[in-house]
Design a protein. Structure first.
Length: 221
């Protein structure tokens, strides 16, 4: 079998015109939307996936903690994702309500990084999204105490079977009490576009607490 040469793995970027400050003339949100649309058009799997990093406060001091979630809404106010409020991320966000979220689409040589404060969304927003979820996803959310250990796959399947029975006659399965959305309200959004010879384009937008642009700056790659 051929040896896996990780060090030799590299892609050449380039192709589209250079990202410039003018692409941000209408703010950060339209460009996030455009790059997300590009990812959808390109057929990338889970185009709205983003890596969410939070801070875990431990006895040893603060520690970074990251995992992938799906962006389920985008507006000038920020990005929304849904999860269990008592999950590891939920507990971390209750203690330190700040996070970063990174979209990466290597096939397009695009990355977007957002950083800011995180706020639970109002119940009506969660409910509207919840109602759009397939029944199986709703049952799964009820079955799982996210981030808690479970003895086996069989035990997990048993939990799902229990909630399936419990809601068998319920058409409109309610939102679990500790499940819902968070909005990350960015104070920084950085766009990265891969270029030839590793001289990539990075443009950072800094925002005030009302979401108004404070600065658009080019960063060295
Ligand atoms: C592509 C992808 C999308 C995911 N989307 C979500 C999501 O939207 N919400 C969520 O709670 N977990 C999602 N997960 C699972 C999380 O990565 C994670 O395992 C889970 O939320 C528990 O994280 P925590 O223990 O850090 O709280 C996704 C995982 C992958 C790989």
């Amino acid at each position: 079998m051929r040896e896996l040469d990780i060090a030799a793995m590299r892609a050449e970027y380039g192709g589209e015109p250079d990202l410039t400050e003018s692409w941000l003339a209408d703010g950060w949100e339209p460009l996030v939307r455009r790059w997300l649309e590009d990812a959808v058009t390109s057929g990338i799997a889970e185009p709205n996936a983003m890596v969410l990093a939070t801070v875990e406060s431990s006895d040893e001091g603060p520690r970074p903690f990251s995992r992938t979630v799906l962006c389920k809404d985008l507006s000038p106010a920020g990005v929304i994702f849904y999860t269990h409020y008592d999950s590891a991320k939920g507990r971390q966000l209750a203690a330190v309500p700040h996070a970063s979220a990174t979209f990466v689409w290597p096939a397009l040589a695009h990355q977007i990084h957002l950083r800011g404060s995180v706020h639970p969304v109002p119940d009506d927003i969660t409910l509207a999204y919840w109602r759009s979820r397939p029944r199986n996803s709703r049952l799964g959310a009820w079955a799982s105490q996210q981030s808690r250990p479970v003895g086996s796959r069989a035990e997990l399947d048993g939990l799902l079977a229990d909630v399936t029975t419990r809601f068998a006659d319920v058409e409109d399965i309610p939102v679990p009490p500790r499940w819902g959305g968070y909005r990350l309200r960015p104070d920084v959004v950085e766009f990265w576009q891969g270029r030839r010879s590793r001289l990539h384009n990075r443009i950072r937008v800094r925002l005030d607490e009302r979401g108004e642009t404070l600065a658009v700056e080019r960063l060295q790659p």
